[in-house]
Design a protein around this ligand. Structure first.
Ligand code: PAF
Length: 281
């Protein structure tokens, strides 16, 4: 496993491998790796000859400076976690390498980057599109793997590759959870023990909402989820929306066509957690 820091070098390596007929899988991360990331790596290993993992905490996608400052950085530990999985290359650039000059690009993904996370974290998806497009230029892989926990991010990235005509296949992968249901996230590391003990209520409520939805309207289900979670003094719902899986537009009635996904953001003290669940009624 080689750790590469230069864009020119990783691009050269990937192109050379592809010239020799190898399929390259890419797992972009911000480090502080957990089992969710490792499952993306396993999927890439299964599908491809070569797997590249990037580790870069991207400043442009943080709308909250404190969040950026406190984001866990543990490169040595991450390298140790990836070694037994036989990852071929880790790309761990510096900020100067990724942004030799400020990225002024704007993107328009219609509704996809305006709602939910887009509405509550201004500029977040602009930053995601900036870094992922740069990473895709540095690592022109055949496939790239993203976790479904960041459901809206996957929708935005799919729209971005279509818009920019980037020939990388986006592979969404299932959410990995702790035994008590909490979706794995690098931010879980920052929960104190009381917060950690209460956080599983997010997913248990989402699961129960599928039962509740059998006999209730979308709006009542939405309100029920928010009030159930907010009844716990450690948790505060920022939003819970039931949206169409493709357009991310809020769904008004269960009878509407298309698959529906309930997406939630919850503030747990200083930490903001997101999760989602499919409604197949
Ligand atoms: O999901 C993440 O960890 C980040 O948003 C990504 C895709 C690595 C871009 O910085």
């Amino acid at each position: 496993m080689q750790v590469i820091k230069s864009v020119a070098e990783i691009r050269e390596i990937v192109k050379e491998k592809q010239k020799n007929g190898k399929m390259v899988g890419f797992v972009p991360t911000m480090g502080a790796l957990h089992k969710g990331h490792l499952s993306l790596v396993s999927s890439s290993k299964k599908d491809n000859d070569i797997t590249v993992v990037s580790i870069f905490v991207n400043p442009t996608q943080f709308n909250d400076k404190e969040d950026l400052k406190n984001y866990p950085r543990m490169l040595d530990n991450d390298i140790q976690l990836l070694a037994p999985l036989n990852v071929d290359f880790i790309f761990a650039p510096t900020e100067e390498e990724m942004y030799p000059e400020p990225d002024e690009r704007d993107f328009d993904f219609g509704n996809l980057d305006k709602v939910m996370e887009g509405a509550h974290r201004p500029g977040h998806f602009r930053g995601v599109a900036q870094i992922v497009s740069k990473l895709f230029a540095a690592i022109p892989a055949n496939r790239a793997y993203f976790g479904d926990k960041d459901f809206q991010q996957v929708a935005v990235i799919k729209a971005m590759v279509k818009q920019l005509d980037i020939p990388i296949k986006i592979i969404p992968c299932p959410i990995v959870r702790e035994e008590d249901g909490l979706a794995l996230s690098s931010r879980n590391l920052r929960l104190n023990s009381t917060q950690r003990a209460n956080a599983p209520l997010i997913y248990s409520t989402l699961k129960m909402s599928r039962e509740f939805a059998q006999n209730n309207t979308i709006e009542d289900t939405r309100k029920w989820v928010c009030s159930t979670i907010d009844a716990n003094s450690e948790l505060k719902t920022e939003y819970f929306e039931i949206v169409d899986e493709n357009t991310l537009c809020p769904v008004k009635s269960w009878e509407e066509q298309g698959n529906k996904v309930g997406c939630i953001a919850v503030q747990v003290g200083e930490i903001r957690l997101i999760d989602n669940i499919r409604f197949n009624l």
